[in-house]
Design a protein around this ligand. Structure first.
Ligand code: HEC
Length: 158
């Protein structure tokens, strides 16, 4: 009987130590309510699939409809004013470089919450951005990967 308890205790202990650590947050100034919004958006838009393709591109300038909407969102919100028409940076950093290291979560947080004190506005008030945040990410990732050309895009012909 005591043996069993000891074994149980050992199992509990090892389980506890295996528990993944809480992800450390990089931005201490995160606002709780906006965080909640980001979570909501995530659950609303993220498909439970595992390795789904972010974007599909043909000839560098023909993309799937979602990615096309990402590009349209980029154009509509005029991100190019600060990040450059080719996303290579202006007053804001090059997103071609940024998206090689920035996680999707951090991308969403930055775009939705902004980094006001550093000159990056928040776009969490734009329905177009909220609805298309995954596709905006997909488009910029495609640019960063070098698979999508800068400039005008069109839909892949069906
Ligand atoms: C008024 C200028 C301005 C506009 C418009 C703007 N940004 Fe920014 N953005 C910045 C600045 C400045 C930074 C750098 C902030 C910093 O130093 O952390 C930045 C940072 C970012 C980052 C983080 C880059 C990194 O390496 O951490 C992303 C992603 C980003 N912007 C995306 C966008 C998108 C998408 C849009 C359009 C919806 C947009 N930005 C519109 C100025 C702007």
């Amino acid at each position: 009987m005591t043996m069993r308890i000891v074994i149980l205790a050992v199992i509990c202990l090892s389980l506890a130590s295996c528990k993944p650590k809480e992800k450390e947050s990089s931005a201490p100034e995160k606002i709780a309510s906006t965080e909640k919004a980001v979570k909501l958006i995530k659950t609303a838009t993220e498909v439970p699939s595992t390795a789904e393709k972010l974007y599909t591109v043909v000839d560098g300038d023909k993309v799937d409809n979602n990615t096309l909407n990402g590009w349209r969102t980029w154009r509509a919100l005029a991100c190019e004013r600060c990040h450059g028409a080719q996303q290579e940076g202006l007053v804001g950093p090059s997103l071609v470089n940024s998206l090689k290291v920035l996680s999707k979560d951090d991308f969403k947080k930055t775009v939705l919450n902004g980094r006001m004190e550093k000159g990056m506005p928040n776009f969490g008030g734009s329905k177009q951005v909220i609805d298309n945040i995954d596709y905006l990410y997909a488009y910029l990732k495609g640019r960063s990967d070098g698979n999508i050309k800068p400039g005008r895009l069109q839909a892949i012909e069906q």
